[in-house]
Design a protein around this ligand. Structure first.
Ligand code: ATP
Length: 205
């Protein structure tokens, strides 16, 4: 049966994890695109073998796992290598995400991804929820969480999709500018809406 899937996205430190933790505590399965992208290059997977053959053993750590930092440095410096890597991994990540969504048994399913709106992942969802946050709060929360610098966070924000562009693509927006209790209340309200939508979908089928 076709699942009802809600995509959750937002910039760095916007509160995606805080939001999806709440959905999870309401009994909703959360599929994490970041985790899926790690699974497909785990040791023993064909993709890791292909990466080693292409980039050499320098990108393999002594424990046999992918050395993400070494690989990141290569592909950041060379757009063609980045494209090669994306051509290999993106279809595998999409397959992994779809299989996790298919295994979900909750009334609807959440797909959380920082890149939901950048590539094709938005095609896997029925509805888009953006966790939005004013930039000063975003910077402060991220610095507190990651012990990074303001300049570091600003550089990441600049490289990500801009706030307004993201919000234009949203069906639902939560502005996460108050305390966690307020975020939870907003999620709980949307949860009721999504349950209704999922029910309506299943009645149609
Ligand atoms: P990333 O994309 O960088 O992984 P994220 O969007 O998943 O980030 P979170 O990790 O959920 O963001 O939130 C960033 C930080 O802000 C965390 O330390 C989280 O606990 C905190 N936070 C999130 N929402 C609130 C809130 N409403 N009030 C207080 N702290 C919050």
């Amino acid at each position: 049966m076709k699942k009802f899937v809600v995509g959750v996205t937002g910039g760095i430190g916007s509160g995606k994890t805080a939001a999806t933790d709440r959905f999870q505590s309401l009994g909703i399965t959360v599929v994490d695109a970041d985790l899926a992208s790690r699974v497909v290059v785990e040791s023993g997977r064909p993709a890791l073998k292909a990466i080693e053959e292409h980039f050499g053993s320098d990108v393999i750590a002594p424990d046999g796992q992918l050395d993400r930092r070494a690989l990141r440095e290569i592909v950041f410096a060379d757009p063609d290598e980045r494209k090669w890597l994306e051509r290999l991994t993106h279809p595998l990540i999409a397959q992994e995400i779809l299989s996790q969504i298919q295994s979900s048994t909750s009334p609807y399913t959440i797909l959380v991804s920082p890149l939901l709106l950048e590539g094709n992942q938005h095609q896997m969802v029925d509805r888009i929820l953006v966790i939005d946050v004013p930039q000063d709060i975003q910077i402060n929360r991220t610095i507190r969480r990651d012990t990074t610098t303001k300049a570091g966070v600003k550089a990441i924000i600049a490289a990500q999709m801009q706030r307004q562009q993201r919000c234009e693509k949203a069906d639902d927006i939560i502005v996460n500018d108050k305390d966690l209790a307020s975020l939870h209340e907003a999620i709980d309200r949307l949860h009721t809406t999504y349950l209704d939508m999922a029910n309506a979908r299943h009645k149609q089928l």
